[in-house]
Design a protein around this ligand. Structure first.
Ligand code: NAD
Length: 351
């Protein structure tokens, strides 16, 4: 499999994955509406590759289009056919991801995430393309005590965003049951952070960030005054919530490994966690960021946030054994690379 469609390839994880795919010699087709991104990261990818002396010639094709429109998806499949490099697999990132917004605009999330995926699967069937790596999320798990979550952990998403990921996984299961040509991997990400070490591409949230790490980065450059830590009485080592942060470049690598697995193994559907298996508390993340980057991150404690959990950390043994994937970067790398991206791009991709 050499020609890959990346939906949402201009986004945070998508752009880093496109970079890794191109570096590995894949032909990459991107379909993105830029609803939560812009064309700039894809231009920056070419700059990074040029600096690294990697020639991509015409291996990157970008189409602005909406995944909910079958006609847009067909357009990119047709472009690939004309180039004589038909799309053989899809890495499917495109979708909306803000948990808070999904509580207020549930139908919008079903529309973008579920309808978008239905359109994609229909067109894939039409073009005889049966290989897909889907961006799922650890939010589909129902967190329990302080134990690592493996892929058999009980499911139970607590917000509409998580529900859309859950139903897409169910739909993909049905797709496989109805036609065993499908090769499907649901990658359940934990907390992707950091940036490419060049500082040229990174996470660029629109408006005020929802997640802790982008907030820390914006406090570090003085755009936001302080971090609000939701709760200091969680049953954890320092009373703050523990999460499994994973460097976005390790995550990108996980997609390459997933594609290799799809080609080499028999048709199947499987669910695989991508996390480091290491838990880091809010305070530990802040302290590490301060130490590595020599900056001060002021914070205040407020009450617990509804729906939050004490401990969400992956058991990543399946990714290690099946995909031969082992994360290489630690929390210090994540803080270093994230900060470099943010100081070089205080306004994100906007000048
Ligand atoms: N970042 C995280 O913390 C995280 C965690 C778990 C899972 N995920 C999932 O990973 C995927 C990528 O996340 P990300 O952080 O890169 O998000 P992102 O918002 O940066 O990227 C998503 C991309 O999809 C595009 N897009 C959205 N709807 C589209 C549509 N209808 N048609 C075409 N393009 C569309 C956006 O413009 C954007 O470029 C998402 O599906 C997300 O739910 C993300």
């Amino acid at each position: 499999m050499n020609s890959i469609l990346v939906t949402g390839g201009a986004g945070f994880i998508g752009s880093h994955t496109c970079l890794s795919l191109l570096k590995k010699g894949y032909t990459v087709y991107v379909l993105d509406s830029y609803i939560n991104s812009s064309p700039v990261p894809l231009q920056r990818i070419s700059i990074i590759l040029e600096k690294e002396n990697v020639k991509i010639d015409d291996k990157l094709t970008i189409l602005k289009g909406d995944l909910r429109k079958e006609s847009d998806i067909k357009k990119i499949f047709e472009i690939a056919l004309k180039k004589n490099k038909p799309i053989e697999a899809v890495v499917h990132f495109a979708g909306l991801k803000a948990v808070g917004e999904s509580n207020k605009k549930a139908i919008k999330y079903w529309d973008f995430n579920v309808l978008g995926t239905i359109s994609l699967l229909k067109v894939m069937e039409d073009y005889d393309c049966w290989n897909i790596v889907f961006s799922s999320s650890a939010t589909i798990y129902r967190p329990k005590k302080n134990s690592l979550m493996d892929e058999n952990h009980e499911l139970g998403p607590s917000n509409p965003y998580g529900v859309t990921k859950f139903v897409i996984e169910k739909m993909l299961n049905d797709a496989f049951r109805s036609n065993q040509k499908w090769r499907i991997i649901n990658l359940r990400y934990f907390n992707p952070i950091g940036a490419h070490p060049s500082g040229l591409i990174g996470e660029d949230p629109l408006g005020i960030p929802n997640n802790l790490f982008p907030l820390i980065m914006q406090v570090a450059i003085g755009k936001i005054n302080e971090i609000k830590i939701f709760g200091k009485d969680w049953p954890t080592k320092d009373g703050t919530g523990i999460r499994d942060y994973i460097h976005v470049m390790d995550l990108a690598e996980g997609h390459l490994k997933a594609l290799e697995f799809l080609i080499n193994e028999k048709p199947q559907i499987c669910n695989i966690n991508l996390g480091t298996g290491i838990g880091t508390s809010v305070l530990e993340l802040i302290k590490t960021f301060e130490k590595i980057n020599n900056v001060k991150i002021p914070y205040v404690f407020t009450g617990r946030r509804k729906g939050d959990n004490a401990f969400v950390v992956a058991d990543n043994s399946l990714a290690q054994s099946n995909l031969n994937w082992i994360p290489k970067m630690n929390i210090e790398h994540m803080c270093r690379d994230g900060y470099l991206w943010q100081i070089n791009n205080p306004n994100g991709y906007l000048k």
